[in-house]
Design a protein around this ligand. Sequence first.
Ligand code: F6P
Length: 302
Amino acid sequence: MPRLAILTSGGDSPGMNMAIWAATNAAQGRGWEVVGVREGFSGLLRGDFLELDPLQALRQARLGGTFLGTAREPDFGDKIPTALAQLQKSSVTHLLVLGGNGSLAGAAKIAEAGFTVAGIPCTIDNDVDGSDESIGFDSALNLALPLFDGMRDTAEALPRWFVLETLGGNTGFLAQAVAQAGGADLLLVPERPLEFAQVEAATREVLERQRFAIVVASEGYPELMPTLQRLEQALGLRLRYTRLGHAQRGGRPSGRDRLLARSLAEAAVQALAQPQSGLMAWQAGKPQLIPLSNRASHKPLG
Ligand code: F6P
């Protein structure tokens, strides 16, 4: 009988639990057995599986994080034979990997070895090449926006210079979305580093015009803190700084992320049943199976 293993890997993202439930449900509907892998590729290498049933998974679907747990296993690519041996030992016939670029590169290595594996882009960073959107991005945006709006309320009442730092790894998609949806005065993203003079001139111009400035910066912006400290000195103003940090990766998945998770997970199980390996990406409003790439590369900022 087909036996599907579901694995969540790398940084968790809101909506992963929903995808686990949708995949479990779709696979069971086909008469398959379904197991979860505890703690990502680390758990796979240990052979740490647990039986899943749709009702148990549905209880978790509305929650952030992943009830399977996750881990970072940077050397996984060198341990494929161990992973394959564990899958075989537990009679697993199909694998579904939920994660970002590094995790999907791990899935590609397993597919290269001839095992049937599908990946689903799950990362708040939204940087998976070939997918317009990844699960968790919308929730992370919606978590940041009320905080951005709060900053604006206070800035308009008592003018100050604010910087809001988002997560995003070494990409700026999340920061860009927060800045665009909130109406920030300046955006600092790793893909487009500015000269110090440009940052200073832009901030001065905004402060002179409206007496406050709200900057959104992605955590990966090169030399972010030294740049801001230098700017504090140049402007003679104390910076009000908020770092969202890992809080931005948590929280309940948004409606959009739940729908995306459901749609991608159901399509991934369908592909696995063919049997076809690949990345179930989101393209032009629908799931699309594309090749898994074993490069942990990210897409360019739009
Ligand atoms: O890739 C997702 C992400 O949350 C990034 O936005 C962030 O830079 C990174 O993971 C943090 O990783 P860790 O949880 O290992 O500190």
